[in-house]
Write a protein that binds this ligand. Structure first.
Ligand code: ADP
Ligand code: ZN
Length: 224
């Protein structure tokens, strides 16, 4: 029988390609991508107490505290468009956040872990550039724009994310190992959840598409 519901969690270190895969999955399965990083970045653009607090953690590469994150995720998951499934991109990131899903009766069907080595992450993140107009992502080495540091679509100058400098990137990777890596075991042991480990760094040119194909094939085999 063909699966009709997908409640997915994308797990992986910063720079593992969660955002890219989440967009591809969202289009393919017609379910919303819930990126807590994007929600938080939108919050930091508000001139508000909350925006300032969130920004303080993010620019330092630190995790936003669990109580705040859990409230944000809960609110988003209660919206109508999540009824038929969702892709959590960047949540949960701690054991406390993972437990909050269970405590709130939010069940997860599949967890997809994108496995990428630390030296690859460092290279990917420090070369990353984003268009402030359309959010299109580039990489100065692997996926550069046609004209130096200018968006192909909008013609405006690309920017580096505040937290993509090398020192902060190293810190984010360290925090991943300490706080988020234990979730692999947590989800492997959780009954009712299918766990998929995917090689997030394939050498071919069409790498993101190749990773996507692997994820789909894993999900669809598991569901039949
Ligand atoms: P990446 O996965 O590349 O680090 P994100 O956009 O997912 O990028 O997250 C950027 C930052 O947002 C994190 O470094 C952290 O400060 C904050 N953040 C995002 N999601 C969470 C979360 N679930 N818990 C705590 N902090 C978070
Ligand atoms: Zn653009």
């Amino acid at each position: 029988m063909k699966r009709t519901e997908y409640r997915l969690v994308l797990l992986g270190p910063p720079g593992s390609g969660k955002g890219t895969q989440a967009i591809l999955l969202s289009i393919h399965y017609r379910i919303p991508q819930i990126s807590t990083g994007d929600i938080l970045r939108a919050e930091t653009l508000q001139i508000s107490e909350l925006g300032r607090t969130v920004s303080g953690y993010m620019v330092q590469g630190l995790l936003v505290p669990d109580d705040l994150m859990i409230a944000i995720a809960r609110k988003r998951l209660a919206e109508n468009d999540c009824a038929r499934g969702f892709i959590l991109d960047g949540f949960p990131r701690t054991i406390g956040q993972a437990r909050s899903l269970q405590e709130n009766g939010i069940s997860i069907d599949d967890v997809i872990y994108l496995d990428v080595s630390d030296n690859v992450l460092l290279k990917r993140l420090t070369g990353r550039r984003i268009c402030p107009g359309c959010s299109r992502m580039y990489h100065m080495q692997f996926n550069p724009p046609e004209t130096d540091e200018i968006c192909d679509d909008c013609g405006i100058a690309l920017i580096t994310r505040d937290d993509d400098g090398e020192r902060i990137v190293r810190k984010r990777i360290g925090i991943f190992h300490e706080m988020t890596f234990p979730l692999i075991d947590h989800f492997k042991k959780l009954s009712g959840v299918r766990f998929h480990s995917i090689n997030g760094f394939l050498a071919d040119a069409g790498s993101p598409q190749e990773v996507f194909r692997q994820i789909r094939s894993d999900l669809e085999t598991a569901g039949s």
